[in-house]
Design a protein around this ligand. Structure first.
Ligand code: GDP
Length: 193
C-alpha cells in the first residue's frame, strides 16, 4: 500500500469530537512503550506522524489520522503505566468504553503486544474487552527483530494461547526496524477498506 497522504484530523476526548467522514476505521491499542507509534509510522512511512506520546502527565486523547482519504487510524492512549493515578485511569476507561461501544465506523482494532514477553494481564483484559464488543482484532507482535529466529514460533504460540485468540483474528509478527510483517499487516488492513 502506497501512502501519499497521512494527516491528523483531531485529538478527541469525547464522541462529539469524533470525525464524521465515514471512512472505514482502524483503532490501535497497546500498552505504553509496546511500539505503537513506531508501528503507525512504519506502516505509513512517516518519521514521526504519530508522536511517541501517551506518557504519564500528557493529556490522554484519541488521535484520528486520515490515510489517503481512504482509511482512518485511531491511536488510542496506551495502558499499563503504573504511575497513572486512579482518577486518570477511570477517565481513560470511560473514554475507551465510549469509543468502542459507539463507533460505527470501526472495522478492526490492532492490538499490539511485545513479542519478547508473554502478554501482560492488561493485554489479556484489553483483548477480552474488544471481544466483548465483538470487534475484529489483528494482534501485532512487535519488536520481532529482538527475538531470535529459532525462538519466534515459540513466542507466537505463547501469545496465541495466553490471549486465547479467536478464530478469524490474525496474529502478525512485526518489526519497525526491518519492516518484516508490514505487507502482511497491510493485507489485513486492506481487507476492511
Ligand atoms: P509506544 O509508546 O507504544 O508508541 O512505543 P514507541 O513506538 O515509542 O516505541 C517504544 C520503544 O521501542 C522505542 O525506543 C522504539 O524505538 C522501540 N521499538 C519500537 N518498535 C520496535 C521494533 O520493532 N524493534 C525494535 N528493536 N525496537 C522497537
Amino acid at each position: 500500500m502506497k501512502v501519499n497522504q497521512a494527516e491528523i484530523v483531531i485529538s478527541a476526548v469525547s464522541q462529539s469530537q469524533y470525525p464524521s467522514e465515514n471512512l472505514p476505521e482502524v483503532a490501535l491499542a497497546g500498552r505504553s512503550n509496546v511500539g505503537k507509534s513506531s508501528f503507525i509510522n512504519k506502516m505509513i512511512q512517516r518519521k514521526a506522524l504519530a508522536r511517541t506520546s501517551s506518557k504519564p502527565g500528557k493529556t490522554q486523547t484519541l488521535n484520528f489520522y486520515r490515510i489517503n482519504e481512504q482509511l482512518m487510524f485511531t491511536d488510542v492512549p496506551g495502558y499499563g503505566y503504573a504511575k497513572v493515578s486512579k482518577t486518570e485511569r477511570e477517565k481513560w476507561g470511560r473514554m475507551m468504553e465510549e469509543y468502542f461501544q459507539t463507533r460505527k465506523e470501526l472495522k478492526l482494532t490492532v492490538l499490539l503486544v511485545d513479542m519478547r514477553h508473554p502478554p501482560t494481564e492488561d493485554d489479556i483484559i484489553m483483548y477480552d474487552f474488544l471481544k466483548h464488543y465483538e470487534i475484529p482484532v489483528m494482534i501485532v507482535a512487535t519488536k520481532l527483530d529482538k527475538v531470535k529466529k529459532a525462538q519466534r514460533q515459540k513466542h507466537l504460540k505463547i501469545i496465541r494461547e495466553a490471549l486465547d485468540i479467536e478464530e478469524g483474528d490474525e496474529l502478525v509478527a512485526f518489526s519497525a526496524e526491518t519492516a518484516e510483517g508490514k505487507d502482511q499487516a497491510w493485507k489485513v488492513l486492506k481487507s476492511v477498506m
